[in-house]
Design a protein. Sequence first.
Length: 118
Amino acid sequence: MNMNGTDKFIRACSLTELKEKGRILFTADSGGEAAILFVKGKIYAVDNVCPHNHTPKMHLGIVSGSDILCPVHMYKFSLITGKHSENQVNPLRTYKVKIEDDDVFIEKPQTTSFNFDF
């Protein structure tokens, strides 16, 4: 697998580091941020920006089963699909994860832009 940046995956951290910490905040060269979480033997990567309040704090979210709650207003999103538990807001962007040796690769996080209409 070509992981040198020419495809859509980028090295985020070591698997050892992620298992030790349980979660990390990863910032790509493009400025996009992802929260990467190790939960019950599985690895999830989600956008660090909550689609409800646009606050970059999902890496501090509360994990409950396969969901993550934004620490600001407690909106709950699926770590698997990114969908809000009641479909009231846009989904949280999720990223695919690949493991190679002791390296964790995720899809390149996108930078988030907002169109406020107020």
